[in-house]
Design a binder for this molecule. Structure first.
Ligand SMILES: NC(=O)c1ccc[n+]([C@@H]2O[C@H](COP(=O)([O-])OP(=O)(O)OC[C@H]3O[C@@H](n4cnc5c(N)ncnc54)[C@H](OP(=O)(O)O)[C@@H]3O)[C@@H](O)[C@H]2O)c1
Length: 241
């Protein structure tokens, strides 16, 4: 790590897709050192290598947001190496694209697995890293949510993806909780919708690039003292809850 590093960033699920693009973009900014989260060790090493080869400040870290053991190991590593975390980006997520076809035990399993990663995973990752974020002079948390989880926007969508969308609606309440809890301490806690980006999550059917999906998250990760908190936005502006 170079001596000029002033911000330590952890991004979950950053070995591919939008998380990888957030890692690329933030590690290109002066002073930012990125911990590229991956639940699979080799995928993390390979992804980090692509950015390290460009001379970027990136190192892989194993983190499975559904595993308490993995969260404990990751927090221990960050504690011993850096003693603080400046930016946490809760990006890891899944979407079972054929979820409408499930019934019976498979439907229960789909709800369980989706909420375990997208909702409980982000909540428990945040909780695990609160002590390290508290050691930062400028804590920032970004939750990667989705406009499709907006209750106010629901009439703009057909009835689809009830599991994925409700996992993101619930995620927004977790964001509001942390934003409110730490507002007086100056933390900036916000949610970003990347837009419909072509990634593995949607079989690369999204019309936008993953690079474009990273833009608003990177902005929120770098907010100054006068930046917003407790908001839900995309690169065009505020999204109604
Ligand atoms: N793409 C879109 O159009 C879109 C729109 C709105 C919101 N989003 C949100 O954007 C975020 C990133 O999605 P993406 O589109 O970039 O999809 P992606 O390319 O499939 O990336 C998802 C990442 O999350 C990781 N992940 C999944 N479960 C995990 C777990 N239990 N622990 C740690 N990491 C885990 C995946 O790891 P593996 O590589 O090991 O599978 C992968 O690195 C998600 O939260 C998604 O809901 C995406």
């Amino acid at each position: 790590m170079s001596a000029s590093v002033s911000k330590i960033v952890l991004i979950t699920g950053a070995n591919q897709g939008i998380g990888f693009e957030i890692a690329k973009s933030l590690s290109s900014k002066p002073g930012y050192h990125v911990l590229l989260g991956s639940r699979n060790a080799q995928r993390g090493i390979d992804a980090a290598k692509k950015l390290q080869e460009k001379g970027l400040e990136v190192e892989p870290i194993i983190i499975d947001v559904t595993s308490d053991e993995s969260l404990a190991t990751a927090t221990k590593q960050v504690t011993s190496k850096f003693g603080r975390l400046d930016v946490l980006i809760n990006n890891a997520g899944i979407c079972l694209n054929d979820e409408e076809t499930f019934s019976g035990p498979a439907l229960r399993a789909a709800y369980h697995d989706t909420f375990a990663a997208n909702t409980f995973g982000a909540a428990l990752t945040t909780e695990a890293f609160v002590p390290l974020l508290s050691a930062s002079p400028t804590p920032r948390i970004v939750f990667i949510s989705s406009t499709t989880g907006s209750l106010a926007n629901d009439s703009n969508f057909p009835a689809f993806l009830p599991i994925y969308r409700s996992s993101k609606s619930a995620l927004n309440m977790i964001l509001v909780h942390y934003a409110t809890k730490y507002k007086a301490k100056g933390w900036k806690v916000n949610a970003s919708c990347p837009g419909h980006c072509g990634t593995n999550l949607n079989k690369f059917e999204g019309k936008n690039t993953p690079e474009s999906g990273a833009v608003n998250a990177v902005r929120l990760a770098m907010l100054g003292e006068d930046g917003e908190t407790g908001t839900f936005s995309n690169s065009e502006g505020t999204i109604p809850w």
